[in-house]
Design a protein around this ligand. Structure first.
Ligand code: ZN
Length: 377
């Protein structure tokens, strides 16, 4: 093909992408708005809208209120033109979610299943995914991929787990899933998936320290809107920061890691209650013992936040399973503790709280394929 021919094709592709991205950002728009904002000719915009509509990527749905003359079509992207499936693997259960192109998790489920590195286990997870897809009559091309968030640190190429002490899943292989599923598959450390969701939810965020308050503690460091991986993929493993050298034994073999104080498991151990029982009783404010346990928890968390803020001067994101249980009073208490112990202070807008609870890693994992798709348009 001639150079001129190639250029014309690239230009067409760029225009099509510009129009799609504009509609995506605006959520609802009109042809006239696109023409004005993108400074593109009316015929070029019309042509691209037709192409995008024929491909099923956008829809003209309803009308804008008219101020005289013909009513303008309301143009939107089709959010479920493609969907991505996220899986969050834990020791005794796994989470499954499906997200659309805006990252909305329109389906979530938690399935009790003990992890074991056996084909029976992987068959069951794959079976559930296939069941979800067939029950909803989704055709194969609609599924962007299956992205799996697991406890444990992955290899840099995301094909295997290289450190998996909690679930004993060192060596877990992406092939365990991909050979059972006719879709692209991706493997990710659950803390990094959670950080990805928080980045998605905070488009103006440059840097952050993410605390994943799950059954086991996790963490991630974000700088320049990227999740820091590190030389051996363990950047942000704040769960193994030592807060008391004589503290309880951690699953990593050391004592007094933050995991032993600030994981949901640690809270359940110290209170003798499940998380679901603990918080309603705590909020009744009748038990001084429970109030003390929760204050101790917040004190250790504040200690870690303050110290990490000396390394990364950025907001902190409280994310994961326990995040939705935090009240305004808890955040104020945390702020007071951090502020008073930091030479530089710590302001209210430096604490952000995640909203997706236990589904955070699965949803974050699913966004991997959504972002890839949006960049490919
Ligand atoms: Zn540890």
């Amino acid at each position: 093909m001639s150079e001129k021919g190639l250029t014309t094709i690239s230009l067409k592709k760029i225009n099509r992408a510009k129009v799609y991205q504009y509609i995506y950002q605006k959520k609802v728009t009109s042809k006239q708005q696109i023409v004005q904002s993108l400074q593109m000719g009316l015929s070029t915009v019309s042509q691209n809208l037709n192409l995008l509509e024929e491909a099923g990527l956008i829809e003209r749905n309803g009308y804008f209120d008219s101020t005289g003359g013909r009513k303008a079509h309301a143009i939107r992207i089709v959010p479920d033109y493609r969907i991505s499936i996220g899986i969050g693997i834990l020791k005794n259960m796994f989470h499954i979610t499906a997200v659309d192109l805006y990252g909305n998790a329109f389906y979530t489920d938690a399935i009790a299943l003990d992890y074991s590195n056996t084909s029976a286990y992987y068959e069951q997870v794959a079976g559930k995914i296939k069941e979800f897809i067939s029950e909803n009559h989704y055709n194969e091309e609609k599924i962007l991929g299956i992205s799996i968030a697991t406890q444990g640190i992955t290899s840099p190429d995301h094909t295997a787990v290289t450190y998996g002490s909690i679930m004993d899943n060192t060596g877990m292989d992406l092939k365990d899933f991909s050979q059972r599923l006719p879709y692209p598959c991706h493997l990710e450390h659950d803390s990094k998936s959670a950080a990805f969701l928080e980045l998605w939810n905070h488009p103006d965020l440059d840097s952050a320290v993410v605390f994943l308050l799950n059954r086991n503690l996790g963490g991630a460091i974000i700088t320049n809107r990227r999740i820091h991986q590190g030389s051996s993929m363990h950047s942000g493993a704040i769960e193994h920061i030592c807060v008391n050298p004589d503290g309880p034994l951690c699953y990593c073999g050391n004592r007094g890691c933050l995991e032993t104080y600030c994981s949901a498991n640690a809270l359940e151990r110290s209170s003798g209650l499940s998380v679901k029982e603990f918080f309603p009783l705590l909020r009744e404010k009748k038990s001084s013992q429970l109030i003390q346990i929760w204050e101790d928890y917040l004190n250790y968390l504040a200690f870690a936040v303050k110290n990490l803020n000396m390394v990364i001067d950025a907001p902190v994101i409280i994310s994961g399973y326990l995040a939705p249980y935090f009240t305004k009073e808890d955040i104020d208490y945390l702020l007071k503790r951090i502020h008073s112990s930091s030479p530089f202070g710590f302001e209210k807008n430096q604490i952000l709280v995640g909203v997706h609870g236990q589904y955070t890693p699965a949803i974050g994992a699913a966004l991997f394929y959504v972002e890839q798709f949006l960049q490919s348009i």
